[in-house]
Design a protein around this ligand. Structure first.
Ligand code: LIP
Length: 266
């Protein structure tokens, strides 16, 4: 078994257990534990508990690996492998009871700078639909037994484009200006509220493209590998064309049309 396949098995098992834990906690009710960058940027008690569970499991089965999660301090890797974890991606959906949130777990190799990471394995699990999206480097992207492939020719109607809006009010005006530029080439626009599911949707051909400014590695590391392994093109994420601040993902024909309308830095 290759290292990537081994890491994917671990990511998949832990994502399933973590997602099921988060689902059970949701059934008991939601406790908002804190806010982060803005009042709207919330952390629930379940975010913290699920991240602690994932972290402890990874430490047990892969001692020495690094950890880079949304809710706790990062640790450096002694093995070259780092786990990039969002225990509940789509926390606002989770809190409101909207069934679009996921556990996102990626294993990456590389130095401390996330821009230089190479993702080896990634799992994105939506416990409410039971869908486990998974990919390993060179091993393809999968949903169950179905190998995933991005869409390519979007035709005259334009692409179905997913996006997101950051919590920082200073970014809202430029974000809306970018959206205005994209609309003419979009069939329609979706805002799902969980970056990992947006990227998994592009990998699965359910969306033609996704872009968002201001996501963090834990939001996009696993999903970016899904897109790459499904034949998509990436910008601004590990494995993608250089660009910081914005992630862009689409099929090979649609990607350049979208990229030329967007600005990675704004
Ligand atoms: C969220 C994303 C969402 C994005 C938010 C945030 P969280 O992750 O997935 O789509 O627009 O900025 O990063 O905070 O719910 O894990």
């Amino acid at each position: 078994m290759t290292l990537a396949a081994e890491l994917l098995d671990i990511a998949t098992r832990i994502a399933r257990e973590a997602g099921d834990l988060a689902r059970r906690r949701r059934e008991e009710g939601v406790t908002v534990a804190a806010t982060k960058s803005a009042a709207a940027d919330i952390v629930t008690a379940a975010d913290r508990e699920v991240e602690a569970f994932v972290r402890a499991e990874l430490e047990r089965v892969r001692p020495g690996d690094g950890f880079f999660g949304e809710e706790s301090a990062a640790t450096e890797s002694a093995t070259g492998v780092t786990w990039v974890v969002d225990p509940i991606d789509g926390t606002v959906n989770y809190a409101y009871g909207i069934p679009a949130w996921a556990v996102s777990i990626a294993a990456v190799e590389g130095p401390a700078d996330p821009a230089e990471w190479v993702a080896l394995a990634g799992a994105v699990y939506n416990p409410l639909t039971g869908e486990m999206f998974r990919a390993s480097r060179g091993g393809g992207a999968w949903l169950g037994d179905t190998r995933l492939a991005v869409t390519n020719d979007v035709g005259e109607a334009g692409g179905l484009v997913a996006t997101g809006f950051g919590y920082d009010p200073a970014t809202h005006a430029p974000t809306l200006a970018q959206l205005g530029r994209v609309m003419p080439i979009a069939r329609d626009v979706r805002r799902i509220g969980a970056a990992s599911l947006d990227l998994a949707s592009v990998a699965a051909g359910r969306m033609d493209a996704y872009y968002e400014k201001g996501t963090n590695p834990w939001d996009h590391a696993a999903g970016a590998l899904l897109v790459e392994e499904a034949g998509g093109v990436l910008g601004g994420a590990p494995g993608g064309r250089p660009g910081k601040g914005m992630v862009i993902a689409a099929g090979p024909a649609f990607f350049p049309r979208l990229e030329e309308l967007l600005d990675y830095d704004r």
